[in-house]
Design a protein around this ligand. Structure first.
Ligand code: GDP
Ligand code: MG
Length: 600
């Protein structure tokens, strides 16, 4: 297809504003999926995605669309590039945006602009995309199209009359939207005679075919059977198959300038097909890769342990399997005195953590316990040595010169009556207000910088509860910053419980210490001796609770008489001990650790 007949676009929207529904409707309107075969949410592939209504992996679909012009009908090729919607996947979003020239900015006509709408809009603008403002769900009785058309027009600087109105559900306005995409989205530009350059915007592991890589060709052409080179690693592969998705994979004779499609090389690991990387021909190599490539970087870490220790090999194999389809997942074995054998796992963010954990439990039938999530800290000691700490219990000993933590830029949208509550929360979480704008008299956008560590710890829940669910949040990494942080240890009878060590701000050390000490005091049964539960910074104790002693002599009841009853009791006691963990000389039921680690 010549570039002048190609339009590449994506749909950006806040969660639940109807992106998947509209995408499915477009597939029907263009005849790619017929009414009879349309199944709900064609584009969302994974079960978890469908259940939670979120799109994790992006994908591209090719749709023909005939536009009536003066010289009769002309058929265009529309490539719809699906973007993941969540903050954890900002980099993947930015790569799928970079694969097109236009973006449909979709806003629920009963809800208005939300934080994700804005965050994605900013990304689209950074990529110089043409923005098409669209109100969705106009069939809803609660829709207020005039009001929100004005809000949307004010945001992007256009006339409210230019805001399209559609319903993905009924199909109203969708053909007009497709016409507008053809009219307004610029055609792709590239040099057909230059060495091939294609950008990878997604790669997905498929059990039968190996890795399927989604690309947008910028220059030149890729053809089946030729050898290609991945420019970041210089690895070469044979192109076994190349084609387009419409809506199932259709092999083609090649992809040229501006085209979007998939390629298969037989590799088995998505790490060999990295999002953002440039594909070129092996023989006729491009001199320079396309810009924008970044290695995925885990931001949040947590220890994952099987509740049943004998499941450890299953957990290891399960992580190996998930890794094939998740280039951002990193892990290494870790042992904990309290929890046994497990892994320290790195994630892009909290949703990524939840998804991985849920997949492990669901697809591999594992029961897991995870330690409190933490971020990565750069620690410099007085002697000049430096450490990257992803596990608080591995905090280096010695005098600390400085600790640096990751920072995020957060966008919060809420009704203006909640400004005070939001400010208080952000202040509590060590945030700095960077700016505030009114989208309308009743709705405000607040921009903050916040330590990522404060966000991973139940920030979203706190925000929701203070704003009766009305606030929305989005954030992206924004470098790092020094802070007055300390490591707090929790000790039982003088021995550190490794799974409970945490790195927290000095002002919050006491609160953390008291909270954990109180929890453990409640959860750990009395022992034969008194057990102090302490929180300490280094050797300095900052909080203390005591588990009082008990004489738990089960044999005392037997009056030395009935020998078989005695044996039974002893056996029972032994069984109870199996699930006990020893911390120093203290016996702790594993359930106590699990309960203490589960967030309430
Ligand atoms: P996404 O999270 O942006 O992909 O949103 P979905 O497409 O999953 O839609 C979220 C919810 O809104 C679903 O319950 C849809 O049925 C509903 N929905 C989507 N589009 C429309 C629409 O045009 N009209 C109405 N009434 N409901 C819609
Ligand atoms: Mg969706």
């Amino acid at each position: 297809t010549p570039p002048e007949r190609i339009r590449n676009f994506c749909i950006i929207a806040h969660i639940d504003h109807g992106k998947s529904t509209l995408a499915d409707r477009m597939l029907q309107e263009t005849g790619v999926v017929d009414q009879r075969h349309a199944r709900a949410q064609y584009l969302d592939r994974m079960d978890i995605e469908r259940e939670r209504g979120i799109t994790i992996k992006s994908q591209a679909v090719r749709m023909p669309w005939a536009v009536q012009g003066e010289a009769g009908d002309s058929t265009y090729i529309l490539n719809m590039i699906d973007t993941p919607g969540h903050v954890d996947f900002t980099y993947e979003v930015s790569r799928s945006l970079a694969a097109g020239e236009g973006a449909v900015l979709l806003v629920d006509a009963a809800q208005g602009i939300e934080a994700q709408t804005l965050a994605n809009l900013y990304l689209a603008m950074e990529n110089d995309l043409t923005i098409i403002p669209v109100l969705n769900k106009i069939d809803l009785p609660a829709a207020q199209p005039e009001k929100y058309a004005e809000e949307l027009a004010g945001l992007i600087g256009c006339d409210p009359a230019e805001v399209l109105q559609v319903s993905g559900k009924t199909g109203v306005g969708v053909p007009a939207l497709l016409d507008t995409i053809v009219e307004l989205v610029p055609q792709p530009v590239g040099d057909p005679d230059a060495p091939a350059r294609a950008m990878i915007f997604d790669s997905v592991y498929d059990t039968y075919r190996g890795v399927v890589t989604y690309v947008r060709v910028v220059d030149g052409e890729l053809s089946p059977r030729e050898r290609i080179t991945m420019m970041s690693t210089r690895a070469t592969h044979e192109l076994l198959e190349i084609g387009v998705i419409s809506p199932e994979p259709v092999p083609s004779k090649g992809l040229g300038v501006g085209e979007v499609g998939y390629l298969i090389t037989g590799v088995k690991d998505v790490r060999q097909s990295k999002v953002g990387d440039t594909v070129t021909g092996e023989r006729n190599q491009a001199a320079q890769a396309l810009g924008g490539y970044k290695e995925p970087r885990p931001m949040v870490f947590s220890g994952l342990y099987p509740i049943d220790g004998s499941d450890y090999p299953i957990l290891r194999d399960a992580l190996d399997r998930l890794k094939l389809n998740d280039a951002a997942l990193v892990y290494e074995p870790e042992t904990s005195a309290a929890l046994g054998f497990g892994f320290r796992v790195g994630f892009l963010g909290m949703l990524h953590l939840e998804i991985v954990r849920e997949r492990l439990e669901r697809e591999f039938d594992l029961d897991l316990i995870s330690t409190l999530p933490n971020v990565e800290y750069d620690v410099v000691l007085d002697d000049g040595s430096t450490f990257e700490v992803t596990n608080p219990s591995e905090f280096p000993s010695g005098r600390v010169a400085s600790i640096t933590e990751p920072i995020v830029r957060a966008t919060i949208l809420a009704p203006s009556e909640f400004i005070g509550a939001i400010m208080e929360l952000c202040q509590n979480r060590r945030g700095t207000l960077r700016g505030m704008d009114y989208l309308s008299p009743e709705r405000v956008e607040m921009r903050y910088t916040l330590p990522l560590a404060e966000i991973v710890f139940d920030f979203f829940d706190a925000l929701k509860s203070r704003t009766r669910g009305y606030a929305s949040l989005d954030y992206e990494p924004d470098g790092s910053q020094e802070a007055d942080l300390v490591k707090v240890d929790i000790l039982l009878q003088g021995d550190t419980v490794d799974a409970f060590s945490a790195i927290v701000h000095r002002d919050k050390a006491y609160a953390y210490g008291v909270q954990m000490a109180t929890k453990l005091k409640e959860l750990i049964p009395r022992q034969q001796f008194e057990v102090p539960v302490q929180a300490a910074i280094g050797s300095r104790v900052i909080a203390r609770e005591t588990i009082r002693a008990i004489r738990k002599d089960v044999l005392a009841k037997c009056y030395g008489g009935d020998i078989s009853r005695k044996r039974k009791l002893l056996e029972k006691q032994k069984e109870g001990k199996k699930r006990m963990k020893m911390v120093g000389s203290v016996e702790v039921p594993q359930e106590a650790f699990i309960a203490a680690l589960s967030q309430d």
